[in-house]
Write a protein that binds this ligand. Structure first.
Ligand code: HEC
Ligand code: HEC
Length: 265
């Protein structure tokens, strides 16, 4: 099978970037700079190349590893070992391929037992994968115990449309991140339970150092005002995060705090 030079070059670049960043970023930090946009449309790639490209996306731009592990339990999200075959058993009459694609584009269409519905649609900001990237990622997930048979045409044409060329459009929050950091460390008492980049160290709640890379502003805002409304992060106790933050903070403090959290990437 012939592979256009452009495709080879970008797969190679992805592979190199991945191997440099893999060790430095294994747990749970991942590469802070997303790799360049992957485009495979119109290219002939072998299943093996596609799986390799998908694995790099899984570890880098996809940010999947911040929540998922392969062959390891007890993190924010299900272990993806064996998903290539398990996917076929999730919904009666749905193929493994169709289930995997649905899991990426509409994560709450099926909720894995024991987990909250917190996975964001990965073709939308902040993750914002394009169609080629979704294609490669699906091939990688199929390769975990299943058969790699996904074609580009299996990925809906509308998928990735909101990705905006890979760069997630910045949501403008009118708050001041510097003041928000003070709320985080002071009146908000967040620091008693959370780490956020250079500040804090408490393991009571999840590390928020990369929260803006994996979650939407909507989720972050709801989590502060009404923590139970968006479920409990797996591996952490429910009802520990205070419920009255919305009444304790002024609107100004809340907006500043959200602006600060959105800088955590
Ligand atoms: C913010 C955390 C988070 C991120 C980031 C995330 N996921 Fe998930 N994912 C979850 C949670 C929680 C579930 C289980 C709840 C559900 O079914 O929606 C899940 C479910 C899944 C499932 C279904 C698993 C099964 O056993 O049925 C797949 C497949 C999956 N994720 C793949 C991915 C991939 C690939 C990425 C990266 C592009 C990713 N996820 C990013 C949290 C996340
Ligand atoms: C007494 C401890 C405690 C305090 C104080 C606290 N949290 Fe939490 N927080 C938790 C725990 C435990 C979880 C995980 C369980 C859950 O989802 O409710 C959590 C979850 C979160 C999440 C979701 C993280 C994810 O990975 O999805 C966000 C965002 C968050 N907290 C922000 C804040 C902010 C902002 C403050 C300060 C205004 C704060 N928390 C104060 C304990 C706390």
């Amino acid at each position: 099978m012939r592979v256009p030079v452009g495709v080879k070059a970008s797969l190679f670049a992805l592979a190199i970037m991945g191997s440099y960043t893999y060790f430095a970023n294994s747990i749970p930090q991942i590469e802070s700079k997303p790799p360049q946009e992957l485009s495979l449309e119109g290219g002939n790639v072998t299943p093996a190349q596609l799986v390799k490209a998908g694995e790099e996306i899984y570890k880098t731009k996809g940010t999947c590893e911040i929540c998922h592990r392969i062959g390891q339990k007890g993190t924010r999200a299900p272990d993806l070992a064996g998903i290539g075959s398990r996917a076929a058993t999730r919904k009666p009459g749905m193929s493994a391929k169709a289930y995997i694609i649905e899991s990426l584009l509409q994560p709450s269409a099926y909720i894995v037992e024991g987990y909250p519905p917190i996975m964001p649609a990965v073709d939308k900001p902040p993750i914002g994968l394009n169609r080629s990237e979704l294609w490669a990622l699906t091939a990688f997930l199929e390769s975990l115990g299943g058969t790699v048979d996904v074609k580009l045409d299996d990925i809906p044409k509308t998928a990735g449309a909101a990705a905006g060329g890979g760069a997630a459009p910045e949501l403008k929050i009118p708050g001041d991140p510097k003041s928000g950091e003070q709320v985080f460390a002071g009146k908000g008492t967040c620091i008693a339970c959370h780490k956020a980049g250079k500040i804090g160290a408490s393991p009571v709640g999840p590390d928020l150092s990369q929260i803006a890379r994996i979650q939407t502003p909507d989720y972050i805002m709801k989590k502060i005002l009404d923590p139970a409304s968006v479920g409990t992060v797996a591996g952490f106790p429910p009802n520990v995060m205070p419920k009255d933050l919305g009444t304790r903070l002024t609107a100004r403090e809340y907006t500043d705090l959200v602006a600060f959290l959105l800088t955590l990437k």
